[in-house]
Write a protein that binds this ligand. Structure first.
Ligand code: ATP
Length: 717
């Protein structure tokens, strides 16, 4: 069956200043559960967008009701040998942890404690009814993915290693965490003790948007082992509380939080890309690009998968809500085959025949929602035109309105049985940069939030409703333009098969980045993002390429080459100018007289990145910019260098991309040489393969300022 996707709208919290609720549950007349999420078109309040899900739970839904409807029915299957995966997805502060973990009071308990309670109860029942012949053991493992590293939550934090636990692919195709501890759990009390202790190990820290924000993805695995005589049946329930995406411009996040946030946003972005790739039927699903997606292996795991989309009802989350509705709607299209885990015989090594392995590994199904009532009509329609792209989600407006002029307006909805009443207000995409919309307009408990819901008072420095409207308008315009640009590309161009040579080259780079253990984590991360951007670009997916380049930017702050790529892509997609995270106030135009700080950078804000400066990049860069200036280098010196024989030799050596040759330069060791070559492969090669000038070379990470001077001067000796 396809992944079951349900939405839960949380109630307003007392402290929340934005009381303007715009998200509501609909559909499901005559006592049937709701199936539609409705919210206004951000560009036209009188018109509604609707998204269809398997079920929709409104603000009044209790923890008990949600569990009874969505989780309890799968307990039986779990004991029949099926694996069950439950995961909560949504923007920060929308209620994921509340849904999964809940509060301490009995009525507030979330899905996880209720699941365990159900497991123990059913286990006892089975033992009782079998007259003691069948015994049921429960074992737990609990871990988090923090900054793309896996940490065991059942072990004290002192035992953590810097790199975390490695992942391993099993013969069955499943990805597992190597070296994870597992604890036997006798009863609910046992579980609660373990769970509370483990949660204290979980990295949560206060952010401005959510005072108890989860900064990691938490994964609880409950293994159920049923033994009858000499047969053993194992199945696993996984409950996953994903960290929420957030916008750093709104959260006042400090250095550490920024890095965390980048990791969280990246993994969630990869998840949305995987969902999209599966629903499109792509051959390559980018699971490998984040540990969370490797572990989740959406669509590859057998069994039953339920995705709970958490939503906040307020207007201040409007664009974020649209974005997560888009992603979740696509997830409905992922098919998971329900395959029972085999019974194995005690003492006999478990047989995993290749046939079984192959059968267990899920072939990815592009359009697998024959089970999804909303898609039946579309599935039929699709047959007529197999070349047409699969429309990834259903959204229709509720009010007949004038057709809009965007290119999107004429596209038919493909997976909704609902009548599309208006072609207006097509959905924004979830994967363009603009589609993880800014929370600029999100008020929570902050002052800004007040200004959102209260009219602007005279003389105050607040944002007026019209300003906000304009911001939303602009953002939506960007999103629509990006989508329109993407849609304008002919299908053959949208997903071309990469040439074998390019594919091989990219795969080799991917393997290398993964295998270089010596490499700084942040450096690897930055390179991975560049690689992902490169892959997207090769495939003609400019929007995804842009997103990846933008995410790589904090790892290579101020890099002219990278900024150029971003600017070009933004222009191509019809998006506005880039908003630089680097404070514009410290950015000055380079003048004839360029001032160089003692050990490195140019003053124009285009700080370079060398191996040592990868972490903590963003703040370090600003700190560097504040340092006193001590040396002044005149432009004529640069001009002379450009035309000197040393300059030409330096370029020649760098352009050779030969690690051994580059290492001969003064001040460049093995690591730096390798990092340079990788960077050149990713950034320069696609533009013709050459660093054309010394000025360009000075903007290559690791080759700015002093590193450049040393290498250059070394050639003069
Ligand atoms: N259904 C609900 N009923 C009552 N309160 C709720 C509900 N859902 C969420 N809340 C409250 O909203 C706040 C934010 O919820 P929560 O921490 O679960 O969000 P989250 O999505 O897990 O955020 P993050 O991703 O930042 O961890 C909490 O105070 C929580 O108690």
């Amino acid at each position: 069956m396809s992944v079951r996707v349900v939405a839960r709208i949380r109630p307003l919290l007392e402290k929340e200043t934005d009381k303007d609720t715009i998200v509501r549950a609909d559909g499901g007349e005559n006592g049937q559960p709701h199936t539609i999420v409705k919210l206004p078109n951000p560009k036209n309040d009188s018109e509604d967008f609707s998204f269809a899900f398997n079920s929709v739970y409104d603000q009044s839904t209790s923890q008990e009701a949600l569990f009874t409807a969505e989780v309890a029915p799968h307990l039986k299957a779990l004991f029949q040998g099926y694996d069950v995966t439950l995961f909560a997805y949504g923007v920060t502060g929308t209620g994921k942890t509340h849904t999964m973990r809940g509060g301490l009071k009995l009525a507030d308990r979330g899905v996880i404690p209720r699941l365990l309670s159900g497991v123990f109860r059913r286990g006892k029942k089975i033992t009782r009814e079998s007259g003691g012949e069948t015994t049921v053991q429960v074992a737990l493992s609990y871990y988090e993915i923090y900054n793309d590293k896996v940490f065991d939550l059942l072990e004290p934090p002192e035992k953590r290693t810097a790199t975390g636990l490695p992942l391993r692919a099993e013969a069955s195709g499943r990805t597992v965490v190597a070296g994870l501890s597992e604890r036997a759990c006798e009863d609910l009390k046992d579980f609660e003790k373990l769970y509370i202790e483990a949660n204290q190990n979980r990295v949560t820290a206060s952010t401005k948007l959510n005072a108890h924000s989860s900064r990691s993805h938490a994964i609880l695995r409950v293994k159920i082992i049923q033994t009858t005589g000499d047969t053993v049946r194992e199945s696993t329930a996984s409950a996953i509380d994903l960290a929420g995406s957030e916008d750093n411009r709104r959260t006042d996040n400090g250095k550490e939080r920024l890095v965390e946030s980048a990791a969280i946003n990246k993994s969630l972005f990869v998840l949305s890309q995987c969902i999209e790739a599966i629903s499109r039927g792509d051959k390559r699903i980018p699971y490998r690009e984040s540990k969370m997606t490797r572990i989740l292996s959406l669509g590859q795991n057998n069994g039953i998968t339920v995705m709970i989309l958490n939503l906040a009802p307020m207007r201040s989350y409007h664009l974020d809500t649209l974005s997560s509705l888009n992603v979740s709607s696509r997830a409905k299209r992922i098919e998971v085959r329900e395959i029972e885990n085999e019974v194995v015989y005690k003492q006999v090594p478990k047989q995993v025949s290749s046939l079984t392995g192959a059968a267990r590994r899920q072939p990815l199904q592009p359009l697998a929602n024959a089970h999804n009532a909303h898609n039946v009509a579309a599935a039929g329609a699709k047959k007529e035109d197999t070349n047409k792209p699969v429309k990834a989600f259903a959204v229709y407006t509720d009010k007949a309105s004038k057709p809009v002029t965007t290119a999107l307006a004429s596209k038919p909805a493909a997976n909704s049985s609902q009548v599309r009443r208006s072609s207006a207000g097509k959905r924004p995409s979830d994967h363009e940069p603009a589609a993880r919309p800014s929370k600029l307009a999100r008020p929570t408990t902050t002052n800004t939030s007040k200004t959102m819901s209260t009219p602007k008072t005279k003389g105050s420095a607040t944002v007026s409703a019209a300003d906000i409207e304009a911001m939303v308008e602009k953002k939506v315009g960007e999103v629509l333009a990006a989508r329109a640009a993407a849609d304008r590309q002919p299908q053959s161009q949208a997903q071309p098969d990469l040439s074998e040579a390019v594919q091989k080259r990219l795969e080799a780079l991917e393997r290398k980045i993964d295998s270089d253990e010596w490499r700084d984590e942040n450096q690897s991360e930055g390179l991975r993002l560049l690689l992902a951007a490169r892959q997207s670009k090769e495939k003609g997916d400019d929007a995804a390429a842009l997103r990846n380049y933008e995410m790589a930017l904090p790892y290579f702050p101020g890099q002219a080459k990278l900024l150029g790529k971003i600017d070009r892509l933004r222009a191509r997609l019809g998006l506005g100018a880039r908003v630089s995270p680097v404070k514009r106030s410290v950015r000055k135009q380079r003048s004839r007289q360029v001032t160089v700080d003692e050990d490195t950078e140019y003053e124009d804000g285009e700080a370079d990145v060398d191996e040592e400066s990868f972490s903590p990049i963003v703040l370090k860069q600003e700190a560097k910019m504040r340092r006193p200036r001590t040396r002044v280098v005149a432009q004529p010196v640069f001009d002379a260098q450009e035309s000197s024989k040393e300059g030409r030799l330096l370029l020649d050596i760098i352009n050779s991309r030969d690690v051994k040759r580059i290492r001969t330069l003064v001040g460049i060791g093995a690591k730096k040489a390798q990092a340079l070559v990788d960077y050149l492969d990713l950034m320069i090669a696609e533009d013709g393969g050459q660093v054309e000038s010394l000025a360009q070379l000075r903007n290559v990470p690791g080759m700015g300022g002093r590193a450049f001077d040393r290498a250059y001067e070394g050639l003069m000796v």
